[in-house]
Design a protein around this ligand. Structure first.
Ligand code: HEC
Length: 385
C-alpha cells in the first residue's frame, strides 16, 4: 500500500533522541527497534561538472513501511527512481526489470533529473561542491520541498467538534489509552522550536553541514514554519513484530544508497557511540538500534546460531530481527484509508486491530474483552483520525 505523505515535514524535524527516549520508555516486550540510515546532506566531490560523491549523516528512519528513510530529500530521490524510473544524482543507476538490463529502451542520459549549477559561475562547468544550486536534482529537491510544505491530515470535523459525537470520540480515546495502544501508536510530538539544531545520531562535524530542511539560508536547523508545532501522528516510527511481517530483512537495498554511502556506513560501524547503541545496553538505557550493515558483500539473513560463521566467511551480515517487523503505522488520516496494514490485507479497522499479535498481543486481547459499547467508542475515535 502507498503510505500517506501529508505532514511529513513535521515528522522529519523530530529529533533522533526523542525516538530513542520513547524506545527506552517502552516495556521490554513491546519495545520498538529504531533503524538508523544514511542521509545525504551535501556534495563531497565533483567530477566532470557533476556531483560525484556525497557527504552523509546517520539518522533514525521514520518514513516508509520499514522506516527505511529519515530524509524527505533522500526519500524523494528513491521514489523518483523506484516508482517512476527517473534517475537523479543520488540515484544515478536505472533499476533492472526482473534482473534484466533495460538501458536499450531508455534513450535519456542518466541522471535524468540533473544537478543544477549556480547561475553566473565563473567556470563553464561546476568544479567544486558549492558550485551547485540544486545538487540533488532540481525536481527531486522541488518534490521534497512540496512534501515539507503540506499540512498534517486533519481530524474529522463532525466527530471532534459536534456535541452529539465529540464526547463519544473523547471516551474512545481514553479506551485507546487504557488498553495500551499508545505504547506504539505514540499520540503526540511537539517539534523543536524554530532555529533548533537537529542533531543526527552520527556524522555531523565541521565539514559536514546539517540536513537542509528547506529554509533558505540556514542548514541543519528547524525552519520557522515547522518549529514548535503540536502534531498527532499516533506512531513511534520504530519497527515492531505484531505478527503481520513481510519476511523481508531490512537492508535498504531496494533504495540503493548513493555512491560512497557504503564507505560512510563502514566508518560509522566502527564508531564507539554507534557500537554502544547496537549492543545489549544497560537497564536504564536499554534501547538497541539497528543499522544497515556492510553493503559490499552478498546478502545473507542472520540468526544468532549462524552469525559467527557468516562473519568469519566475510559475507554480508544482515539483521534477521527485522524480517518480520513493520513500522508502527501512523494513524493520522486513518479514516480515508480503504485498506489497512502494509499489504492492504485488512478491510476494516476492527480487522486490522484483530490482526495484532506477538508484541501487541496484550493490547489486542484487551480490545477483544471490551464491551460492545466501548468497542464502538474506540472505533468512533479511530474514525475521527
Ligand atoms: C506493539 C506495538 C503496537 C501496539 C501495542 C498496537 N499497534 Fe497498531 N500497529 C502496529 C504496527 C507495527 C502496525 C503496522 C502493521 C502492518 O502494516 O503490517 C499497526 C497498524 C495498526 C492499524 C492499521 C493502520 C493502517 O493504516 O494500516 C490500526 C488501525 C492499528 N494499528 C490500531 C491499533 C490499536 C487500536 C491498538 C490498541 C488495541 C494498537 N494498534 C496497538 C503496532 C502496534
Amino acid at each position: 500500500m502507498s503510505a500517506n505523505t501529508l505532514g511529513n515535514g513535521f515528522v522529519e524535524v523530530i529529533q533522533d533522541q526523542t525516538i530513542i527516549d520513547i524506545c527506552n520508555a517502552q516495556p521490554r516486550d513491546m519495545q520498538g527497534l529504531p533503524i538508523i540510515v544514511p542521509v545525504a546532506v551535501a556534495v563531497e566531490t565533483v567530477a566532470d561538472g557533476e556531483p560525484d560523491e556525497f557527504k552523509f549523516v546517520l539518522r533514525i528512519g521514520r518514513f516508509g513501511w520499514k522506516a527505511q528513510e529519515a530524509s524527505l530529500l533522500n526519500f524523494s530521490a528513491n521514489a523518483y527512481l523506484n516508482e517512476m524510473g527517473i534517475t537523479s544524482p543520488l540515484q544515478p543507476n536505472e533499476n533492472k526489470s526482473s534482473g534484466r538490463d533495460v538501458s536499450q529502451f531508455d534513450e535519456v542520459a542518466d541522471p535524468e533529473d540533473e544537478a543544477q549549477p549556480k547561475p553566473n559561475l565563473s567556470t563553464s562547468k561546476p568544479t567544486k561542491p558549492d558550485d551547485f544550486l540544486h545538487p540533488f536534482g532540481e525536481d527531486v529537491e522541488a518534490f521534497a520541498r512540496f512534501m515539507r510544505s503540506t499540512k498534517v491530515p486533519p481530524r474529522d470535523f463532525a466527530l471532534t467538534e459536534l456535541d452529539i459525537f465529540k464526547d463519544i470520540a473523547k471516551a474512545g480515546e481514553e479506551i485507546f489509552s487504557d488498553i495500551k495502544c499508545p505504547v506504539c501508536h505514540t499520540p503526540q510530538y511537539i517539534t523543536p522550536p524554530a532555529g533548533t539544531a537537529i542533531i543526527p545520531i552520527w556524522g555531523r562535524n565541521n565539514s559536514t553541514p546539517g540536513i537542509d530542511f528547506g529554509s533558505d539560508d540556514k542548514k541543519g536547523v528547524v525552519p520557522e514554519v515547522l518549529g514548535n508545532k503540536i502534531l498527532r501522528p499516533f506512531s513511534d516510527f520504530m519497527l515492531h513484530d505484531i505478527g503481520t511481517g513481510d519476511g523481508i530483512v531490512q537492508t535498504q537495498d531496494a533504495q540503493r544508497p548513493a555512491r560512497n554511502a557504503q564507505k560512510f556506513l563502514q566508518q560509522a560501524q566502527q564508531a564507539p557511540e554507534i557500537q554502544r547503541l547496537q549492543q545489549a545496553p544497560a537497564e536504564a538505557d536499554r534501547c538497541v538500534v539497528h543499522m544497515v550493515q556492510d553493503l559490499s558483500a552478498q546478502p545473507t539473513s542472520t540468526t544468532a546460531e549462524n552469525l559467527e560463521g557468516i562473519k568469519a566467511s566475510g559475507a554480508r551480515v544482515l539483521d534477521g530481527r527485522t524480517a518480520n517487523m513493520i513500522r508502527t503505522a501512523p494513524l493520522w488520516g486513518l479514516r480515508v484509508r480503504p485498506q489497512l496494514l502494509h499489504d492492504g490485507s485488512a478491510l476494516t479497522t476492527e480487522e486490522a486491530i484483530l490482526r495484532h499479535s506477538v508484541q501487541a498481543k496484550d493490547a489486542k486481547e484487551a480490545f477483544e474483552r471490551l464491551s460492545r459499547e466501548d468497542k464502538q467508542r474506540l472505533l468512533i475515535f479511530l474514525k475521527s483520525l
